[in-house]
Design a protein around this ligand. Structure first.
Ligand code: HMH
Length: 221
């Protein structure tokens, strides 16, 4: 018998917050073409720093999968994630140079520091695999849902931003997020009430931090 996943239940329960993170004004302004390029550049620079902190977080999830997972296939999915981050960092460097951004001079803003601090706390060995893989999924899916919206039917996304939107909005990235969701759902199904509570709290925390992250780049409007 196929039960409704825990994640689907959360998405229904927390629709407003999820929409806040995935239909943020910055994303809507990319989609309708009204984006101020200074805002885009500010987002790009800050996200480069975020992704550098995201790498050790994903590596920590890989370690937890190796130690705690009941399914050997989890490791391949997470390892694929680690591998694609190498390409992503190269992409950020190329993209930054295209826009004339000097990445070595970028100073992390408060919301970015806060979010990277959350990632660091989730790297602790005390954080269960179930909680960590749920966090990993939500971090990825926010970008997938956001940028897919910018390339969907009727979008007026400027040509020079399309490559960015494709990176996270592509079918391939959607599939990868689905794999992460399947792993998270499988684990959540078997989790204790205590663990479920922690995972849901982390899910909500991340959505809030994502909204704050988008908000950082609105100061330039
Ligand atoms: C802030 N969230 C942020 N940056 C990213 N690159 C991702 C998520 C990846 O999905």
């Amino acid at each position: 018998e196929k039960k409704v996943g825990v994640i689907e239940t959360w998405l229904r329960k927390h629709t407003l917050l999820f929409k806040g993170a995935t239909r943020h004004p910055l994303i809507l302004s990319i989609r309708d073409g009204s984006i101020d390029i200074a805002s885009f550049k500010s987002w790009l620079a800050q996200d480069y720093l975020f992704v550098r902190a995201f790498v050790p977080f994903v590596a920590s999830v890989l370690i937890k999968a190796w130690k705690e997972s009941d399914e050997s296939g989890d490791m391949e999915v997470i390892l694929g994630g680690v591998a694609s981050l190498e390409d992503e960092i190269s992409w950020f460097k190329r993209e930054a140079s295209k826009w004339g951004i000097s990445l070595s001079e970028v100073v992390p803003q408060q919301a970015n520091k806060k979010y990277c601090g959350l990632l660091e706390s989730l790297m602790s060995p005390d954080v269960e695999y179930t909680v960590a893989i749920t966090a990993f999924w939500v971090i990825e899916v926010v970008y997938q849902e956001s940028f897919a919206h910018c390339i969907g039917e009727g979008s007026k996304t400027p040509q020079e931003l399309k490559e960015t939107c494709e990176r996270w909005g592509s079918e391939a990235f959607a599939k990868y997020c689905q794999s992460l969701q399947n792993i998270a759902n499988r684990r959540l199904q078997k989790a204790s009430d205590e663990e479920l509570k922690k995972a849901e709290h982390t899910f909500l925390n991340i959505l809030e931090y994502e909204v704050d992250f988008w908000n950082m780049s609105r100061g330039n409007v």
